[in-house]
Design a protein. Structure first.
Lengths: 231, 245
């Protein structure tokens, strides 16, 4: 279980997270929504230890997550520009896990294949579409065999017609039982895949419910207002 | 009226030993100084980008010191003053070439550090974020991700620096380093023919810079991250052949 307990985070005078407690059980998919600046991205960054919280703790199965154990997918893909698709997927295995290049290559190809991009292995990020880049980024995180995957608005930098291919990969991951936390305003995705949907506002989680209930009868006034703007 | 041009003297100068050795000295001094300057400059650039204030100020002082003082003064300092301050440098092993190497390296490192710093800063911060999310250390991210991408930005201004340095090496004649321009000057004084002797030296500079430009273009292609750069290596089919019936 991935858990954040009473997490506080501030940047200078700005208090971004004001005591967030949150957990995901294995196989669950939680979708976070909320206005910009509500702390969604910061919460994800704390969950994968990109940010160190000032107070509170992040634990994975009751201990601190190790490198690569919580995978992260970014809005802007952030593929290494100086590496091919295959080298991107191999990079964590070689530098962090210390695998030999040939072992890493085999595993990386397997995961590129899984996101449907085996034939793009030798291409550089610059030569791939946004959707393809994001799928490579997903493979790069998956190859580390993470216990949980975090997605920070994975489709919001994409052209409309490229959103689907990324959501397809994410849906198949969810079906395979991957534990996921997704920041996204793709409400259809949340509806069909999420175990529960969470609303964040001003550094707190203000509502959590299964998607059916969350979308049909939100309890908080803030959630109602936000949903009416997103839909 | 146009004065006569002594073609024979021109060719003689061009193929003479002193010219050739002078050009080689200039090229060696440039390459050695730039190579050293890249290393020192990289360290100074990392210092300038450090999160520690003390480290940042060391880099600042370094750049301030070496950019604010004339190169000629620095050459004089390392050739004349250094052996007086530190008698270890007073021996005959300490040649004008070494003094010029030290002076030009330290001087050039200040300029290189600014070039390298801007290269490092031009790399998208998202690249580092992705590396950290995978569990890479800062050192690994720097080596495998940030530096290779910064190199592409750094190459063109470094080519500029090479050319500037090559021309600066002629300054080292003041500390009795025998480089290309010294050879040209000697021959000119001996023959009273400035036209042919200086033109021959000019040809050497042009040739060296031309070679550098070819080398730089190759290096830039090497650090361009598209598979298209491979097409440059493997001969591309130029014109599709028409099948013969």
């Amino acid at each position: 279980m991935l858990r954040a307990e009473n997490v506080h985070k501030r940047y200078g005078d700005l208090e971004v997270l004001r005591g967030v407690t949150f957990d995901v059980d294995p196989g669950q998919v939680k979708v976070l929504i909320g206005p910009s600046g509500s702390g969604k991205s910061t919460l994800l960054r704390c969950l994968c230890l990109l940010e160190e919280p000032e107070a509170g703790a992040v634990t994975l199965e009751a201990r601190r997550p190790g490198p690569g154990e919580v995978g992260m997918v970014f809005q802007r893909f952030n593929l290494f520009q100086n590496m091919t698709a295959l080298e991107n997927v191999m990079s964590g295995l070689v530098t962090v896990r210390g695998l030999s290049k040939s072992d890493a290559r085999g595993q990386a190809m397997e995961f590129l294949n899984r996101v449907g991009l085996a034939e793009k292995a030798a291409q550089y990020p610059e030569e791939l579409s946004g959707g393809q880049q994001q799928r490579v980024a997903i493979a790069r995180a998956l190859v580390m065999q993470p216990k949980a995957m975090l997605f920070d608005e994975p489709t919001s930098a994409l052209d409309v017609e490229l959103v689907r291919e990324v959501l397809d990969v994410m849906e198949s991951l969810a079906q395979d039982g991957m534990t996921m936390v997704v920041v996204s305003h793709e409400l259809r995705f949340a509806h069909s895949v999420a175990s529960s949907v969470l609303m964040m506002d001003e550094g707190r989680i203000i509502e959590e419910a299964p998607p059916g209930e969350f979308f049909s009868s939100p309890k908080q006034e803030r959630t109602k207002r936000f949903l009416s703007l997103v839909e | 009226m146009l004065a006569s041009f002594d073609t024979h003297l021109f060719w003689q100068a061009l193929s003479s030993g002193p010219y050739w050795r002078g050009a080689l000295t200039a090229l060696e001094l440039t390459a050695a100084s730039l190579g050293t300057a890249v290393f020192i400059g990289f360290a100074v650039a990392l210092g300038a980008l450090s999160r520690r204030r003390g480290v940042r100020s060391i880099s600042w002082v370094y750049n301030w010191l070496f950019r604010a003082t004339p190169t000629l003064l620095q050459l004089f300092f390392f050739w004349y003053a250094l052996p007086q301050i530190w008698t270890g440098f007073a021996g005959s092993w300490f040649t004008p070439f070494m003094a010029a190497w030290i002076a030009l390296s330290l001087n050039e490192a200040a300029y290189m550090s600014e070039i390298i710093r801007s290269g490092l800063m031009s790399v998208d911060p998202g690249q580092e974020l992705a590396g950290r999310a995978l569990g890479m250390s800062r050192r690994q991210i720097l080596r495998k991700v940030v530096v290779p991408q910064a190199v592409r930005i750094v190459i063109p201004p470094t080519g500029n620096e090479f050319i500037t340095l090559l021309k600066l090496t002629s300054l080292a004649s003041v500390i009795s380093l025998h480089e290309l321009l010294t050879s040209a000057n000697e021959l000119a004084t001996a023959t009273f023919r400035y036209n042919e002797t200086l033109l021959a030296a000019l040809v050497y500079y042009l040739v060296i810079v031309s070679i550098l430009m070819v080398f730089q273009a190759r290096l830039e292609r090497r650090f361009t991250w598209t598979s298209g750069r491979r097409r440059g290596r493997v001969a591309a089919p130029a014109i599709p052949s028409i099948p013969h019936g």
